[in-house]
Write a protein that binds this ligand. Structure first.
Ligand SMILES: Cc1ncc(COP(=O)(O)O)c(C=O)c1O
Length: 380
């Protein structure tokens, strides 16, 4: 341990996790991890899995199938693409950040012709460009990243994309990894065929599970045109789910935790939770702006769940991040790739509340003053 590491680590004081994933996990959810191991091909897991799938239908707002992969969110990208992409398929992807670009690359690897629509940093592809390209190229799949975590922007036209997909007869796939449970999404009403999330984001459970919801149309399609043999074969997941199982060994302990996390979410109420995310995000945008950070996202598309800011002049994000960790026990993230040192990224997900916001803002204020003082000294 470095000399200036805080002693608090010794007594296991937890960090305040303000990362854009994973997020803080409530103690009752962590405790659920300790429940006994059961046969994943037996009664107990079957009952748990059925119950949890039913509750997740409420979170996705769907009457369709929900299955759970033992995988991180990227498993959902791979699994959903394997359902709808065949060699030569044409797919339109909102690729204005890391996660859309990853999906575009995966789709290309499956042999798809990809129309990747980019946008200036902090913005989303223009709706007009999407409509124009979709009508021109008539893709068989529209793929959207509901909330682009890398740049802190949310797509404002998820519903309209669903209408466009219906008009074109295209499948509509939505990556809701940093969105579901924190911002609005109505799977059935918005005509979404496949939607997935990650347990470690707004659901506030440990990482490692990827709930995937499927429309009846997507399931029918899989039955007619079976996806290739794969670890992520969603048709097998649907077939096994009917008997309360998953095709391969599930991380049972994580299922216990996710079940508890979803109980907490439903007890609070989905809309109340979304409103809490929005309120905390507004306070963070306001507070950080007063401290001299500039939101990266254009205001009308600024995310309520993952926030990205340009640092004030002379402040390096990596240095600030480490100071917050060591001295204040607050975890935040720096930028992606070339933006590593210029962007500060915060999560505002899961159980985020006013106390978390206040503590983050006061830690940031103090850290900035001490970095400013250091810089002054170095320059003197
Ligand atoms: C929007 C989005 N999609 C996909 C992923 C990939 O998820 P994971 O890192 O859990 O594989 C992430 C992770 O941050 C994400 O934010």
């Amino acid at each position: 341990m470095e000399e200036d590491e805080p002693e608090t680590l010794i007594c296991e004081e937890p960090y305040l996790v303000m990362l854009p994933g994973p997020t803080n996990v409530p103690l009752e959810v962590m405790r659920a991890l300790l429940r006994p191991i059961v046969n994943h091909r037996g009664y107990d897991f079957g009952a748990l899995y059925r119950r949890l799938r039913g509750k997740l239908q409420a979170v996705f707002d769907t009457k369709g199938e929900v299955v759970i992969l033992t995988a991180s969110g990227t498993g959902g990208i791979q699994a959903s693409l394997e359902v709808v992409v065949r060699p030569g398929s044409r797919i339109l992807v909102t690729a204005h950040g890391e996660f859309g670009r990853r999906a575009a690359a995966f789709a290309r690897a499956l042999g798809a012709e990809v129309i990747a629509l980019d946008a200036p940093l902090g913005d989303v592809p223009a709706w007009e460009a999407i409509e124009r390209e979709a009508r021109r190229a008539r893709p068989s799949v529209l793929y959207a990243v509901a909330n682009e975590t890398s740049t802190g922007v949310r797509l404002p036209y998820l519903k309209e994309l669903g209408e466009l997909a219906r008009e074109l007869g295209a499948f509509y796939v939505v990556d809701a990894v940093s969105h579901l449970g924190g911002q609005e999404l109505y799977m059935d009403a918005w005509n979404i065929d496949i939607c997935f999330t990650g347990s470690q984001k707004c659901l506030a459970a440990p990482a490692g599970l990827c709930p995937v919801a499927l429309s009846e149309r997507a399931v029918e399609f899989m039955k007619r045109d079976r996806p290739r043999e794969s670890y992520f074969d969603l048709l097998s997941y649907v077939e096994y789910a009917e008997r309360g199982e998953t095709p391969f060994t599930p991380a049972v302990s994580l299922f216990y935790a996710l079940d508890e996390a979803v109980n907490l979410l439903l007890r609070e109420g989905l809309m109340a939770r979304i409103e809490r995310h929005r309120r905390c995000a507004f306070r963070l945008y306001e507070g950080l702006s007063k401290l001299g950070f500039a939101p990266l996202a254009k205001q009308e598309v600024a995310s309520y769940t993952s926030l990205a800011f340009r640092c004030p002049p002379g402040i390096r994000a990596t240095e600030l991040r480490e100071l917050l960790r060591k001295r204040h026990m607050v975890l935040v993230s720096s930028g992606f790739g070339p933006l590593r040192d210029s962007l500060l990224r915060l999560g505002c997900m899961g159980i985020v509340n006013d106390y978390h916001v206040n503590r983050t803002l006061s830690a940031l204020g103090e850290a900035l003053s001490s970095l400013g003082a250091q810089n002054l000294k170095a320059g003197a």
